[in-house]
Design a protein around this ligand. Sequence first.
Ligand code: A2P
Length: 299
Amino acid sequence: MTTTEQTLVTLNNGVQMPALGFGVFQTAPEDTIAAVATALGDGYRLIDTAAAYGNEGEVGEAMRRSGIDRSEIYIETKLWISDYGSGKAQAGFDASLRRLGVDYVDVYLLHQPAPADFEDTITAYQVAEKMLQAGKARAIGVSNFSPDHIQRLMEAASVVPAVNQVELHPYFTNATVQAAGQTLGILTQAWSPIGGIHRYRPAGAGDADVLKNPVITDLAAKYGKTPAQVVLRWHLDEGRSALPKSVIPSRIAQNIDVFDFTLEPGELMAIDALDTGLRGGPDPELLSTRTFPKTVDNS
Ligand code: A2P
C-alpha cells in the first residue's frame, strides 16, 4: 500500500493529506515506537498524537527511524488545556515541536474547547494562528468543539479551523458537528472511529461493542472484510478523516486495508442509523483544568 493509493482529503487552506491516519491515544510510550514504525511500514502517512498523550517523543523517534522523508509524513498534535492562555500556549507549542524533533507540524489542534475558560481558549488559538503564519504549522484546527464553540471562536479569530477532531463512530455519529463542519468547510475527523471508547471505557449501555453489531458484521460478511474495516470504510465513504488506534501489528495492517471496496448509500444510512446519541468520552462542555487537572511537562 502506498499513499498514492489512499484517499486524500483537501483541507480548507489547500493542504492535502491522507484521510486515514494512525492514532496513538493511550498507547504507552514504550509501545509507541513499535506501533508507529509498524504503521509507517504498512503505509500510514498521517500520525495523530497530542501533548497530553505523553508519547510525542516516541512518535518523532519512530518517524526518524523509518527513514521516510519528513515531507511525506503528516503529523498532527494538540495543545492541552493547561497550556491555554497568554504566555503558556506558545511554550506548549514549542515544547511539542521539541519533543517531536521537527521544525513544523502538519496540523496543530486545540485539544478541547475548555468552555469555562473560553478567553484562554481563544488566546491559545490566536497563538496557533501565528504558528500557521510562521509556517510552523501547515494547518490549524480544533478538537471536541461543538458548533457553538466554533462560532464563539470565530467571533474572535480570523482563521477558520481546517479540522475538528471529535468522537465519532457508529454509536455516536455526532451529526450536528459534522453538518456544521460541512457548512463551514471544516474537515470532521473521527477519534475512536471504530468505537473503541465504548470498549475500553464502557458507558454502561449494555453491549456497546460496535464491532459486534449485526449491521456491521453482516456487511463484513458481505464484503469479506472485518467489522473494523467496514466501519473505517463508512468514515471514508462519508468524507471524513479517521484515526484508528492499535498496538497490534495485524490490526494496524487490517485498519489500513480498506481501499479496495466501498459501501452502498443504503448501507451507509444503515450504519448512520445505529447512532445512540451517547458519547463514550467526556462531555467537552464540562471539561476544564478544574474538572480534569492533568498538566503537561513542557520543561
Ligand atoms: P489494540 O490497540 O489492543 O488493538 P478506536 O480507535 O476506535 O478507539 O479503537 C481502538 C481500540 O480498538 C483499541 O482498544 C484497540 O486495541 C482496538 N482495535 C484497534 N483495531 C482493531 C481491530 N481492527 N479490530 C478490533 N479491535 C481493534
